[in-house]
Design a binder for this molecule. Structure first.
Ligand code: NAD
Length: 294
């Protein structure tokens, strides 16, 4: 049986680790807050007291952490703590499924290679529901042989699993994903405020919009939450702001202009500055309402 060490059991990592248990893998998990480890134990996994202990003896180590510095701290070490990469047997596969900077993903792959450890970047899309239902889209960067070896694990987590290119390519595709989702979300919020101002029944409007060219997964899944004023995460504004920072920096590196994307990044930053960082990114609606005096 493949032994998996799973580090980061939050909104996404918690249900993903539980799905790996359901699929028959032997899963040992670690999270900074212990209550989340307890949930994995209740789901049939094992708990570990540190990232190193979760990774001990694993064939595959998965990280699902907030941001680039978190993944670097766990894999490369932090101050006095050894990183997980130094403790793994050569040949072990590390799959980082967090959304981080493509350049950091490339440097982690190189750091792994110098220790004989194979690293993939495999960020995901599909949200908490996709994590719970094991229907995530998983975009994978890294070498083809390592991808093939990790495929059975990835197939237990997602429905659309695609090897998109060399190290870092998975994160570049994820950055494009966040650009599209952020822009669409902002325009859905604007459309809902616009419809309300004209006294139109917004639920009916969303039903018909969903059947036309304006239809999208963002409209289907996020407009109902906006209409219910349910801003519980889901996907936190803080994390989407982080992702739009990744997109704008990577675009600048490549000399690509993102006029609309840059504006959405500014709007997401403003929402965060107003103290809404822990709300779901659907809270963009609050800002459109505020700007419109509603
Ligand atoms: P989260 O904040 O709910 O979970 C992250 C977990 O990592 C937390 O439980 C935290 O305690 C833990 N953690 C942080 N540092 C740690 C460390 N050093 N050691 C052990 N545990 C540590 O975030 P999330 O929503 O699960 O997102 C995780 C990643 O997935 C992020 O990169 C995010 O951008 C990405 N993502 C999220 C969604 C979503 O809808 N929530 C969708 C796709 C991708």
């Amino acid at each position: 049986m493949t032994a998996i060490g799973f580090i980061g059991l939050g909104v996404m990592g918690g249900p993903m680790a539980a799905n790996l248990v359901k699929a028959g893998f032997e899963v040992t998990g670690f999270n900074r807050s212990p209550a989340k480890v307890q949930r994995l134990v209740e789901a049939g996994g094992r708990g570990a007291a540190s990232a190193a202990a979760a990774a001990e003896g694993a064939d595959v180590v998965i990280t699902m952490l907030p941001d680039s510095p978190d993944v670097e701290a766990v894999l490369l070490g932090d101050g006095d703590d050894d990183g997980v990469l130094d403790r793994l047997a050569p040949g072990t596969i590390v799959v980082d499924m967090s959304t981080i900077r493509p350049d950091v993903a490339r440097s982690l792959t190189a750091a792994g290679a110098s220790r004989g450890v194979r690293v993939l970047d495999a960020p995901v899309s599909g949200g908490e529901q996709g994590a719970v239902d094991a229907t995530l889209s998983i975009m994978v960067g890294g070498d083809a042989e390592t991808f093939a070896a990790a495929r059975p694990v990835l197939d237990a987590l997602g429905r659309t699993v695609v090897h998109v290119g060399p190290p870092g390519a998975g994160q570049t595709v994820k950055a494009a994903n966040q650009l599209i989702v952020g822009g669409t979300l902002q325009l859905v919020a604007e459309a809902l405020v616009f419809l309300d101002a004209h006294g139109v029944d917004r639920s009916r409007a969303v039903d018909v919009l969903a059947g036309g060219l304006a239809g999208s997964a963002v409209l289907d899944r996020k407009a109902p939450d906006m209409l219910d004023r349910n801003f519980q995460p889901g996907f936190r504004v803080d994390l989407h702001h982080k992702d739009l920072g990744i997109v704008t920096a990577a675009a600048r590196d490549a000399g690509v202009a993102l006029p609309a994307g840059s504006l959405v990044a500014t709007l997401m930053g403003a929402l965060r500055a107003q103290g809404h960082g822990d709300l779901d990114h659907t809270a963009l609606l609050l800002q459109v309402e505020q700007l419109s005096g509603r």
